[in-house]
Design a protein around this ligand. Structure first.
Ligand code: UFG
Length: 339
């Protein structure tokens, strides 16, 4: 069965391609290589023994999207990762984000709407909840005004899919709201490759330990949390990847309760920034150089998932611990830095 993975050479995309191939799916990847390289195809092949088909396409080019579906009429499911994801950059260049993240989604849905039956998985984010009033966060928690154009593209993206599903009954879609994906494949054949200075906590930690950065700035220790630092739900990327396969199978096996569904993907456990650092130091046996710095604008105090719906309805549960995820991230960093 053929599955299209857009952004399939990126961090979460590449791990999902691996899990799909291990389950016997025939994968075709679209990527514009703006934030990834074709070396990732080798990493995927190293793990699975198979190179997925690859098409270098920029999904902002509507004609190319149409051409793709003419060439591959047998695609039965689409997992759509392709998007820009840097919060700060989205504030600097909102139109780039609206074009990259929304035009591409619209072109994709236009193609899928023309089919009698199509199955679509969308990369959404816990950022749609903002600072939730209640923790853990259920899927029913209200969507809060977005803090950034990036966050807004996820909210609008979900609305676009929901509205389309209302009128296109052959289109079945699931939005997956990720909490904080971290880690790498245990083989260290694929992992996260941030461009430039990492914005996210875990790649910043591993790059600091690897000597690429002098020190980690911990953004604020005066939050109303047990140790004063922000709390997040860090989920191993391989667990997250597996959830995509489960979600797609739900659609392919017609197990979905309606043609548009939403699931949180997290572990259900909140960890503070200091706890993440402790975990890193424990598994790596390295001392991390860090200092407390002022708060970062736009950060919420705490966010972690209520996982009941994903566990009970989707039938998926995150299996890895924070320590396992941190160890895999460190193994990957050491490999790419030849340490
Ligand atoms: N942090 C630091 N120092 C750093 C980087 C991060 O202390 O150098 C802290 C942050 O303040 C935050 C925590 O580590 O408390 C996690 O930060 P990340 O940047 O790794 O992740 P976020 O929770 O900010 O990101 C999440 C989602 C994004 C989304 C964003 C919106 O993963 O997809 O929320 O705010 F865009």
């Amino acid at each position: 069965m053929k599955v299209l993975v857009t952004g399939g050479l990126g961090f979460i995309g590449s791990h999902t391609v691996v899990e799909l191939q291990l389950k016997g799916f025939d994968v075709v990847v679209i990527d514009n290589l703006s934030n990834a390289s074709t070396d990732v195809l080798d990493g995927i092949a190293e793990i699975t023994g198979k190179r997925p088909e690859f098409e270098k396409i920029d999904l902002r080019d509507k004609a190319s999207v149409s051409e793709f579906f003419k060439k591959y009429p047998d695609v039965e499911g689409v997992i759509h990762f392709a998007a820009s994801k840097a919060v700060g950059e989205s504030v600097e260049n909102p139109l780039l984000y609206y074009e990259n993240n929304l035009n591409t989604l619209i072109y994709m849905l236009q193609e899928l709407s023309a089919k009698d039956n199509a199955n679509f998985i969308f990369s959404s984010s816990c950022t749609v909840y903002g600072q939730a009033d209640k923790l853990p966060i259920t899927e029913d928690a209200p969507v809060k005004p977005a803090e950034s154009p990036y966050g807004n593209t996820k909210q609008i993206g979900e609305e676009i899919i929901k509205d389309t599903c209302k009128v296109k009954k052959g289109l079945n879609a699931i939005s997956l709201r990720y909490f904080n994906p971290i880690g790498a494949h245990e083989s260290a054949a694929i992992g996260e490759l941030p461009l430039g200075v990492p914005q996210n906590l875990v790649p910043f930690i591993t790059q600091t330990a690897a000597g690429l950065r002098n020190e980690l700035a911990v953004f604020g220790n005066d939050y109303p949390t047990p140790d004063g630092t922000c709390v997040r739900d860090y989920i191993h990327v391989v667990d997250l990847a597996k959830a995509h396969v489960v979600a797609l199978e739900r659609l392919l096996n017609e197990k979905n309760e309606s043609n548009y569904e939403v699931f949180n993907l997290g572990t259900g456990t909140g960890s503070s920034v200091l706890e993440v650092i402790e975990s890193f130091e424990r598994v790596s046996e390295e001392k991390l150089n860090y200092r407390i710095a002022p708060r970062r604008e736009g950060d919420v105090t705490a966010a972690y998932a209520d996982t009941h719906k994903a566990n009970d309805v989707l039938g998926w549960k995150a299996g890895s611990s924070l320590d396992e995820a941190m160890l895999s991230a460190w193994k990957w960093e050491k490999k790419i830095r030849n340490l």
